[in-house]
Ligand binder design. Sequence first.
Ligand code: NAI
Ligand code: CS2
Length: 488
Amino acid sequence: MSRLSSDTLAQLPADVTLPTYDRAAVTCGAVHIGIGAFHRAHQAVVFDDALNAGDLRWGIIAASLRSPGVRDQMQPQDGLYTMLVRDGAAEQARIIGAVQQVIVAPEDPQALLAVLASPDTHIVTLTITEKGYKLDPSSGDLIADDPQLAADLAALDSPQTAPGYLVAALGRRRAAGLPPFTAISCDNLPHNGARLRNAVLELARCHDADLADWIATHGAFPETMVDRIVPATTPDDIAALAARIGVEDQAMVKTEPFLQWVIEDRFCGPRPDFGAGVQLTQAVAPWEEAKLRLLNGAHSGIAYLGGLAAIDHVHEVLALSEARTFVEALWDEAGTTLSPPPELDVAAYRRALMARFDNPTLRHRTRQIAMDGSQKLPQRLLAPIAARLTAGQGIDALSLAVAAWIRWQAGRDDLDQTHQVDDPLAAPIAVALADAGTPKARVAAILAFDAVIPAALTADDRFSAALTHWLTLLEEKGALGALAAFRH
Ligand code: NAI
Ligand code: CS2
């Protein structure tokens, strides 16, 4: 079967939406670092909308700092891929043409530095996962003993980290008399713009204080809230799409109709005239906090409890009434910690979230969401727990979600099936838990991880007592047994 490419676009079925612009006439005003599934279904679609609207400045040159996989999927397809939007029985296929090139930075660091330093480049977006910023999840400081960051602290001739590439490229732009680019983090981190800015400035200061001052004065690192559920693509997805459109697309992504991108209106150069789903505002934090604590907090609880119960997909977990009751209880708790934007109807938002989670065609794997919990829990669950305890309020659902994360670290589910714990701190956590013989000792071992657990929570007996209660129940009765406590 042929691959999707410029040559096979014309043979696609009539119901497949195609780019309306001349791809050969596009210039690349955007560079993306971290060419994963989310970028292809979110930011790249927004830039593709700008191209379709006639602003040909917004082509994208994308890069991976880690592996050739996506480049090898996209290069034979001239950068084209299908975004498959599924909502129950409805399905819409759209070919995205915005990505013009994919660079594998470890193969050719200078190629990425050159495009970042190009006069054409005005915006750099990043989806490098929460761990990609090389920042301690609890303190927010650079993790200086990270080997890749240590190399970038020593020299930036061939950077290894995202902050390293940004500092090196901004230095070239300054030397060439060019303005900085606007650097936009699109990761699920609170104050993601400030975190990226801090990482860049701290690294820049280690090399050139004047450059750091220049970046601080002239650069822009807008805060964002990003939202679209984009599950990892499976071989079955690729095969089903090929049967539907008649060509093979190894870079396709599947997603839901919903898309939201809230961006702080802080740019140091040109930007697209953003269209549907994008909001420019000065106040991103309320949107970001609501989304991280409601959508992502529930997601993590569903992931660990569902994973422990050997349930593979989010919609299957929520087929259990006790799971729905648990999620509503978690939202009741997290909801009191929010300062929601005036425009946000939280009750309606919760109903919409449950409907999004129920979408059976997304087939969002609990195991994918369970990844990198040490990097996710601080903003999703620990922050609302701290706020609730400060207010003297209960933390039943939120603490059950954290206890399920602790249980997940054991690498075995309730059916005694083993699983890989995919987390940068998995090894030290496993060592700490191995010597802990009781649920109380296991809780104490986890509370000792100050890179994850804020000191105030470690010292709060209410938190350790709640975790011990739930971990004991999880170990004795399993996730379904613990969830039964929420059956009412
Ligand atoms: P993915 O696995 O498809 O892509 C992850 C990307 O991050 C890859 O390009 C990988 O090379 C890069 N990466 C991982 N660790 C890195 C590091 N240490 N340094 C530099 N790059 C690194 O995952 P996906 O779905 O694209 O998600 C990526 C991020 O996007 C998430 O971590 C999250 O912050 C954000 N996001 C994802 C959503 C989703 O539903 N998938 C929705 C909203 C936000
Ligand atoms: C998920 C998020 O994998 C995860 O941690 O909770 O990627 C989630 O799908 C997005 O934030 C939705 O916008």
